[in-house]
Ligand binder design. Structure first.
Ligand code: GUN
Length: 288
């Protein structure tokens, strides 16, 4: 079998198109322009790239983008004061603090100081609890993008065996909650899982979010399974230079799977599209 390639780039463009229509309606009907504030502390190059790309796409869908770039040695007090200011700014409907933060800052404290209604990352403990109990919440962007691609490709996910490899708060755990919400039988596997290949072989849906380049080979994949690759890893090419690869070994997995997301061009573009969608949702909810 050769897998269908799930085109996250094209799907994300469709989602952004719908967000742009919603933004136009909010402007025309309510006279409101949704605004997204992104806070970056320090100069981590990968984070700078993400923040730039978020800002560009925010403006492209017609929303206001507010970028706050703070020095690497910014105090916790100063960061919390900025978040308080953004929480109280009616022009700001979504707030994202780019992670990871420098070591001297307490990420949990910082994230939990964001107004949950503006927490477009869905990382605030209130949103985590709401998602875990099946209530209306802000849903983390990467898992939300994965779920949208799965629903689009498979239709109903009810009764399917889903294995999420990776247990992070940002991807693994919320992904498992969303799949459970769609009535999958969900397993969260991780570095201590016994006989990981045998666990992954049970999966109709594999979501790989471990951050280890090409860790999952094709012979772990059940024939016909849908493989969602969240990994973005830069590796050295034998001939020199670097390239991006996912957490699954693409060629061997694509030979066995029913469908697979590529890296780049799979999950990545969907994450930003879902961030924009969450911002427009936050704005709509704030304005009745
Ligand atoms: N760093 C890597 N991914 C993310 C994300 O989804 N949100 C935030 N805030 N920081 C990140």
């Amino acid at each position: 079998m050769t897998a269908t390639v799930i085109d996250g780039k094209a799907f994300a463009a469709t989602v952004r198109g719908k967000v742009a229509e919603h933004v136009t309606r909010l402007k025309e009907v309510h006279g409101i322009t949704p605004g997204l504030a992104v806070v970056l502390v320090g100069e981590d190059p990968a984070s700078q790239v993400y923040v730039r790309s978020k800002g560009k796409m925010t403006v492209e869908v017609g929303m206001n983008s507010y970028e706050h770039k703070l020095d690497v040695d910014t105090s916790e007090e100063a960061l919390l004061a900025l978040i308080d200011q953004l929480n109280n700014d009616p022009a700001v409907h979504g707030i994202l603090v780019q992670l990871p933060l420098p070591d001297h800052l307490d990420s949990d404290l910082v994230i939990n100081s964001i107004d949950p209604a503006k927490d477009v990352d869905g990382f605030h403990i209130s949103n985590v609890g709401l998602l875990g109990t099946g209530q209306k919440s802000m849903v983390p962007c990467t898992p939300l993008g994965c779920l949208m691609m799965l629903r689009d490709h498979l239709g109903s996910l009810s009764g399917l065996n889903a294995v999420v490899v990776g247990r992070s708060n940002i991807v693994g755990k919320p992904m498992a909650q969303l799949l459970l919400g769609d009535s999958c039988t969900v397993t969260i596997a991780h570095s201590r899982t016994k006989d990981l290949p045998a666990v992954v072989r049970q999966a109709d849906i594999v979501v790989a979010a471990v951050g280890r380049p090409q860790m999952i080979p094709g012979d772990w994949i059940k024939p016909g399974a849908t493989v969602i690759d969240v990994g973005i890893n830069r590796i050295e090419k034998p001939e020199g230079g670097t390239r991006l690869v996912g957490d699954v070994d693409y060629d061997s997995c694509a030979a066995v799977a029913g469908a697979i997301t590529p890296v780049p061009g799979g999950v990545g573009p969907m994450t930003i599209a879902c961030l924009l969608a969450n911002t427009v949702t936050a704005c709509s909810r704030a304005n009745g």
